[in-house]
Design a protein around this ligand. Structure first.
Ligand code: EPU
Length: 418
């Protein structure tokens, strides 16, 4: 459980960690190689769970600071830890490399945060298009090699992990794949840049169309670097706007990935300076300048769904009515029910829309984190609630934010594990 006290006055510098959603596909892609080195890997719950699943395949993984060194030379699917796959969404990333290595794979349906329907039909369609027969029954997903390759055109419907899985399937076969309606989130581009560094030609065209000219994997080893997490930096920008005295600096912020977010911050009256050269955002306490703002989440490069809940929290501190429209996930406003305990003034209009009435003095209480992003928002809410806030289910937050408690404490925040 976390305990957060009031009042808060943060200053100093915070360094952003590697991105969860970039690290996971890169780790999975590492399974194509006997030796794989990955830098800037965040030590967070989802990464550690995924790594332990990969270890159950017989991989040997060593940490050196934030670098992992994987030895995959003796992989076998015999002892694959299927129970752990149920806990995270990205078990589905195991298919490209393990199908290439073993010709068949069966796993349980992946888990992950409860933020709405999370179908995997685009993934399954892709595996089939690549010549694998769908043998899955009930709760299991299973594919086995059935026929030979050909040029393929697939629609990813802007789904992030589906685009990443198709990229991995396409990169190491000697055929041409076109992905239409591809996701182009920064973590997708991170994977593309890594594949390009291996000599694979990948063209990103207009209209979210990506062409991959794959080639058989002949390399035994490879090396990649995880980009920093623009969602974490957006979260610290909001934290700074609410609690900095007078400012905090967010370093390795990925300013270029945050255009829509920072635009909305400007609309909402957040005061910040951008230093592109050092990729640093200096954010000033903005409590007296906040304005109500309407927000709609969308696929990249628009406002990210993963920053919707922290932004909504900030809007409780603006005088007037703000509207939130969560386009992607139908349960991603559910967490608002939990913060009613803190006396937020809100109206949930329907599963995708809510109104926030500000300005509110949040009340300290005990709240639970409902999912990763809602959980971190509870921390931010606790930082401005008058009194001691207790947060339960902290393991949700630890899935995606590296040492969040340590980082806030280093800025002078009154936060502790109890
Ligand atoms: N969708 C389909 N079919 C599919 C896949 C997705 O219809 O086969 C739909 C989903 O129902 C959803 C939408 O497409 O409505 C988005 O799904 P997407 O596949 O993009 O989401 P995801 O890959 O499951 C990733 C991130 C999420 C992030 C979303 C949106 C990873 C591991 N996860 O999820 O991150 O919210 O993209 O940007 O990259 C988080 O980090 O807290 C998180 C949930």
């Amino acid at each position: 459980m976390l305990k957060i006290s009031w009042p808060q006055s943060l200053s100093g510098t915070v360094q952003i960690s590697g991105s969860k959603n970039a690290a996971l596909p890169l780790i999975a892609c590492g399974l194509f190689f006997d030796h794989f080195t990955l830098h800037n890997v965040p030590k967070i719950g989802d990464v550690l769970t995924f790594i332990s699943i990969i270890e159950s395949l017989g991989a040997h993984i060593e940490w050196n600071g934030s670098t992992i060194i994987m030895d995959n030379s003796r992989l076998s699917i015999e002892h694959l830890d299927r129970d752990k796959i149920r806990k995270i969404r990205v078990g589905i990333f195991l298919f490209p490399a393990l199908l290439a290595r073993f010709g068949a794979l069966e796993i349980p349906y992946p888990g992950g945060c409860n933020i709405g329907k999370r179908p995997i039909d685009e993934h399954l369609r892709a595996f089939q298009a690549y010549g694998y027969e769908n043998m899955g029954e009930g709760e299991n997903i299973a594919f086995q090699w059935a026929d030979h390759g050909r040029d393929i055109t697939l629609r990813a419907n802007f789904a992030v992990t589906a685009t990443e899985n198709i990229l991995m399937m396409a990169a190491f076969r000697e055929w041409h794949t076109t992905i239409e309606l591809a996701a182009i989130e920064p973590h997708v581009i991170n994977l593309i840049e890594f594949l390009r560094s291996l000599g694979i030609r990948i063209d990103i065209n207009t209209n979210h169309k990506i062409d991959i000219y794959g080639s058989k994997n002949v390399q035994k080893s490879a090396e990649a670097t995880v980009i920093c997490d623009y969602i974490e930096s957006g979260t610290f920008v909001i934290l700074g706007a609410l609690t900095a005295e007078p400012s905090i600096r967010v370093v390795w912020a990925r300013i270029g990935d945050l255009t829509a977010f920072l635009g909305k911050c400007g609309d909402a009256g957040v005061r910040f300076d951008l230093d592109y050269e050092h990729d640093t955002i200096t954010v000033y306490n903005s409590c007296t300048s906040l304005r109500p703002t309407n927000l709609q989440t969308n696929i990249y490069p628009w406002f990210p769904t993963d920053l919707q809940s922290p932004f909504a929290l900030m809007l409780t501190q603006a005088e007037g009515i703000s509207r939130i429209h969560e386009v992607l996930f139908e349960w991603r406003l559910n967490w608002l029910i939990e913060v009613e305990k803190m006396k937020w003034h809100i109206a949930i209009m329907n599963p995708h829309e809510a109104m926030i009435f500000g300005k509110t003095h949040l009340k300290w209480t005990t709240v639970s984190s409902w999912d990763l992003r809602a959980g971190v928002t509870m921390i931010l809410a606790g930082m401005i609630a008058r009194g001691d806030t207790l947060i339960t289910n902290v393991e949700y937050i630890e899935r995606g934010y590296e040492d969040i408690v340590g980082k806030i404490a280093k800025l002078g925040g009154k936060i502790e594990n109890v």
